[in-house]
Design a protein around this ligand. Structure first.
Ligand SMILES: Cc1cc2nc3c(=O)[nH]c(=O)nc-3n(C[C@H](O)[C@H](O)[C@H](O)COP(=O)(O)OP(=O)(O)OC[C@H]3O[C@@H](n4cnc5c(N)ncnc54)[C@H](O)[C@@H]3O)c2cc1C
Length: 401
C-alpha cells in the first residue's frame, strides 16, 4: 500500500504552494482587494488569473488539450489542498465551486466536441462562469430532489418550457451558463431531467441575491424564477429522465473537491493559530507550551489527517473507476466537521485577534458553517451510509466477508 504522491504530482503541488504563498496570500491582508461580498475583487481576479495561467497552474481537473492539466483525482486533491491555503486560491486557479463541478460534468456528458467548444470551453478559459440549479425553496425540493421537485420542464414540440422557482444557486448573479434540473414527469426514478441554458435566454430572472452569514462566492447565492423559459431538446444532458443520474455524476467528484479545498483551509487555520501561540506569552510562558493548548493543536492535526485519508482514499477509488459513493459520503461528513473544528479551535487559540478581521480566521469560521449543508447535509450522508451498511454488512469496509 503506497500512500506517497508521485514525483509529478508532488512537483506540481510544490509549484501551487509557492504561487499561493508568493502571489495570492499577500492579497488577503488589504481590505481594498475585497469586493462588497468579501471575495477577491473581479478586476484583480482577472489579473491574478492571467498570472496563474502563465505559471501553468490552471483548471487542474480539465484535459490538457482543453487548457487544463489532465490530473487524476489524487492529483486534484494535492493541488486543491494547496490552492485553498488561501481563501482566494481556488478561484484564482479556476478550481472553485461551482464551476469545477460543472466543468467536470460537461466534459463527461456533452456528446460532441462542438458542444464542448460552445458550453465548456468558455468556462475553462475563464471567460464565463456557471451555475448548477437544483435546490428549491419550501415547499419544493431540497435534500430530496427525487421527491418534491416543483419546477417543471414541459415538452412541447422541439423544446421544453420551464416554470418554477429555485434558490441558493451559487454564482448565479455572475454566471452565463446554467445547468438546470427540473421535473419532466411524475416517475419517482426517471422524472427529472437536466437541461442547459444561457443567461440571455428570455423568460427567467434572478429574483434576489440572498443575504446570508457567509462570505459569498462571486455571484452570491440567488433565488431564480422561471416563467416560460424555452430550452431546445438538444440542450438536454443525456436522456430525458436522467436528471438524478446527472446529479450523481456531478456531485460525486464535486463533493470530494469541497473536501480537498476544506483541508487546505483547515491547515491554514492551524498555521495561523500555531504561529500565534508560539509567540504569545501569558502567565510567564508562551501559550504554545501549555498542555491544554498542545492537546488542541495535536487533536486538530490528527483530525485533518483523518479527513485527508478519507478524501485521498475516495479520490483513489474514483481513479480506479469506482463510484466510491460511501467513501465520498464519509469524507464529506468528516471533512466538513474537521473544517468547522479547525476554524473554531484556531479562533479560540488566537483570542481577540482571531475574532478580528486582522487574519482570515473569522472569514473561514463563517464560511465553514455551510460545509455541513452544501451538496447534501451531513444527516443525509449518514442516512445513505446506513443504507449501504444495511445492504453490505461487513462488506461495507470492502475487504469482503
Ligand atoms: C452556501 C450554499 C450554497 C449552495 N449552492 C447551491 C447551488 O449552487 N445549487 C443548488 O442547487 N443548491 C445549492 N445549495 C443548496 C444545498 O444543496 C441545500 O441547502 C442542501 O441540499 C440541503 O437542502 P435544504 O437546504 O433544502 O435543506 P432541507 O432539505 O430543508 O433539510 C433541512 C435539514 O434537515 C435535515 N435533514 C434533511 N434530510 C434528512 C434526513 N433524511 N434525515 C435526517 N435529517 C435530515 C438536515 O439537517 C438538513 O440540513 C447551496 C446551499 C448553501 C448553504
Amino acid at each position: 500500500m503506497d500512500f506517497s504522491l508521485s514525483p509529478e504530482i508532488d512537483g506540481l503541488r510544490l509549484k501551487v504552494r509557492g504561487f499561493i504563498e508568493r502571489e495570492v496570500m499577500p492579497l488577503e491582508t488589504d481590505r481594498a482587494n475585497y469586493d462588497d461580498y468579501e471575495n477577491i475583487r473581479l478586476d484583480l481576479l482577472d489579473e491574478m488569473r492571467a498570472k496563474a495561467r502563465a505559471a501553468g497552474l490552471w483548471a487542474p481537473q480539465m484535459p490538457k488539450q482543453r487548457g487544463g492539466l489532465s490530473l487524476p483525482l489524487v492529483g486534484w486533491a494535492a493541488f486543491y489542498e494547496e490552492a485553498n491555503r488561501s481563501i482566494f486560491g481556488p478561484v484564482v486557479l479556476n478550481c472553485q465551486a461551482p464551476d469545477d463541478g460543472n466543468m467536470s460534468l460537461l466534459d463527461k456528458v456533452l456528446p460532441s466536441e462542438e458542444m464542448k467548444d460552445a458550453w465548456l470551453q468558455p468556462i475553462i478559459d475563464g471567460k464565463v462562469r456557471s451555475s448548477f440549479v437544483m435546490t428549491e425553496p419550501h415547499p419544493g425540493s431540497g435534500s430530496d430532489p427525487g421527491g418534491m421537485m416543483l419546477t417543471k420542464a414541459e415538452r412541447k414540440g422541439d423544446r421544453y418550457i420551464v416554470h418554477g422557482r429555485k434558490w441558493f444557486i451559487s454564482g448565479a448573479a455572475v454566471a452565463s451558463h446554467f445547468i438546470l434540473v427540473a421535473r419532466t414527469s411524475d416517475d419517482p426514478r426517471r422524472g427529472r431531467s437536466a437541461l442547459h441554458y444561457r443567461k440571455d435566454d428570455p423568460n427567467w430572472r434572478i429574483v434576489r441575491r440572498i443575504a446570508n452569514m457567509g462570505p459569498d462566492e462571486h455571484g452570491g447565492v440567488c433565488e431564480l424564477e422561471f416563467d416560460g423559459l424555452e430550452i431546445p431538446l438538444e440542450h438536454r444532458l443525456l436522456e430525458e429522465g436522467d436528471g438524478l443520474k446527472i446529479t450523481q455524476i456531478r456531485l460525486g467528484p464535486a463533493r470530494l473537491t469541497h473536501c480537498m479545498r476544506w483541508l487546505g483551509l483547515a491547515k491554514r487555520c492551524m498555521e495561523i493559530a500555531g504561529a500565534y501561540v508560539a509567540e504569545r506569552q501569558a502567565f510567564g510562558a508562551p501559550l504554545g507550551s501549555r498542555e491544554s493548548v498542545r492537546m488542541m493543536l495535536g487533536d486538530t492535526a490528527k483530525r485533518i489527517h483523518v479527513g485527508r485519508l478519507l478524501t485521498m482514499h475516495a479520490a483513489w477509488l474514483i481513479d480506479q473507476g469506482d463510484r466510491a459513493q460511501r467513501e465520498v459520503s464519509m469524507a464529506k461528513i468528516e471533512v466538513a466537521e474537521v473544517l468547522h473544528r479547525a476554524a473554531d479551535t484556531a479562533v479560540q487559540l488566537t483570542g481577540a485577534k482571531g475574532y478580528s478581521k486582522d487574519t482570515v480566521l473569522e472569514w473561514i469560521y463563517r464560511y465553514a458553517r455551510c460545509a455541513r449543508l452544501v451538496d447534501g447535509a451531513s444527516e443525509v450522508h449518514q442516512m445513505v451510509l446506513a443504507r449501504h451498511y444495511d445492504r453490505l454488512g461487513n462488506d461495507f469496509w470492502r475487504w469482503g466477508a
